[in-house]
Write a protein that binds this ligand. Sequence first.
Ligand SMILES: Cc1cc2nc3c(=O)[nH]c(=O)nc-3n(C[C@H](O)[C@H](O)[C@H](O)COP(=O)(O)OP(=O)(O)OC[C@H]3O[C@@H](n4cnc5c(N)ncnc54)[C@H](O)[C@@H]3O)c2cc1C
Length: 501
Amino acid sequence: MSQGQTSTDVILIGAGIMSATLGTLLKELAPDWNIKVFEKLASAGEESSNEWNNAGTGHSALCELNYTVERPDKSVDISKAIKVNEQFQISRQFWSYLVNSNLIRNPRDFIMPLPHLSYVHGENNVQFLKRRFDALSNHPLFEGMEFSDNKETLAEWIPLMMKNRTSNDPIAATKIDSGTDVNFGALTRMLIDHLKNQNVDIRYQHSVKNMKRTSNGAWEVTVKNVRSGATERHTAKFVFIGAGGGSLHLLQKTGIPEGKHIGGFPVSGLFMVCKNPEIVNQHHAKVYGKASVGAPPMSVPHLDTRYIDNEKSLLFGPFAGFSPKFLKTGSNADLITSVKTHNLLTMLAAGVKEISLTKYLIQQLMLSKEQRMEELRDFVPGAKSEDWDMVWAGQRVQVIKDTVQGGKGTLQFGTEVVTAADGSIAALLGASPGASTAVHVMLEILAKCFPQHITDWEPKIKEMIPSYGVSLVENIDLLQEIHSATSKALGLSDEKLALLV
Ligand SMILES: Cc1cc2nc3c(=O)[nH]c(=O)nc-3n(C[C@H](O)[C@H](O)[C@H](O)COP(=O)(O)OP(=O)(O)OC[C@H]3O[C@@H](n4cnc5c(N)ncnc54)[C@H](O)[C@@H]3O)c2cc1C
């Protein structure tokens, strides 16, 4: 049965943080445009954006060691850390705008200040951390970072991690207090609620099945109403594929040349969670360690304080694993059905290159709870099995593509935006740094897909994101001004915090 045929300005596929962010930006920039959202699940933010499916780190490279690479001469390259941090400043500005305009009532509902620490042990790692600290701490974006290899200081910073620690291995950490814990699930729901109030048509349990171009250059989207089984057809001048792990299959349905020769490699994740207040209250930080040899960058172990549903808990992980599904609620056929004639060679090349990664992921998947507890005890030496439960996190689909540097079938760990040459459709693939940089990535999509409007929109974009188009690194005064204004608006500075409690 086919019913319902509507025409609209914009269709957003998926109700995760990416579509929610793009929809909110568009509603501010073009309030009269009609927007429709199709989400296959029964509510918003249920896949990767859900608070239990990701780690909630406001990624700004304050503690994640994978953003600072050691060069062969042992100096530390901080360029990626600067880039990630600058992108997070853009999110902070947009979220502050939403708070200041009362589109979000209370920032505490989605963002909390939380110290970010990097932690290492072993002489070589301690030396590396010190060099990393020296390279970062003089930079204005990382102001306030401290280093210590003194066990008493560390016991003050990370008491739970230092308790019962008997090893004499050298140990060190850096700490910076301007980190955050972000509840991306709550933020997604708030933004989607706001869109609903702005007359955006949000259709849950509507799964997008196909897409084709119409004769006038728009897109016809075929949608299945999951509850009734009915098929609907909707056309739009612009479509955003923000379907998370589901984006690759949908991109392939569009047939656009930009979507060819791209594959996806799913990596599953698992966290250990502790809700015992006696333990939880001994830790107040996000502490990122170093990935073990052979581990992909997204499985860097970390021990985090989380604020979810007004409850404080501890989260450790993620343990990577292998599942052929592209979404947590996806199908075991996802990987195989993503292989097409145009990406077959790319996928085969990646298969050969990434045998050791696949082996590593399968090994990780086979770990028993007790073996995972052993990894946790590297962070919390006295951790007891009965205090920790295992929860499945979201699926990440890492992009595989042919690159000049890496050659055929190279696994990418970042976020990839694919747009049609005429800007009528855009898809977001990949997962890292992920939700933290949603605003930056969506601004990139606006610039690529709406070049005819961007000049008119610029004043409004600058109102929302004062640093738009300006490098904060090159404008330290502006950086300081923005950092202090966003800290206040988001309740991350002491004075505002006191008011919000
Ligand atoms: C283990 C893990 C830890 C992470 N940690 C962090 C972190 O600490 N900080 C951070 O910033 N990022 C983190 N991320 C990344 C972050 O979660 C993602 O980048 C982000 O949530 C992606 O948002 P999205 O809107 O693209 O996708 P999603 O949130 O997955 O939303 C996509 C939506 O599309 C829907 N959908 C799919 N197919 C269809 C279809 N055919 N029709 C209709 N709807 C469809 C899905 O049901 C879903 O609701 C982490 C991810 C994982 C998996």
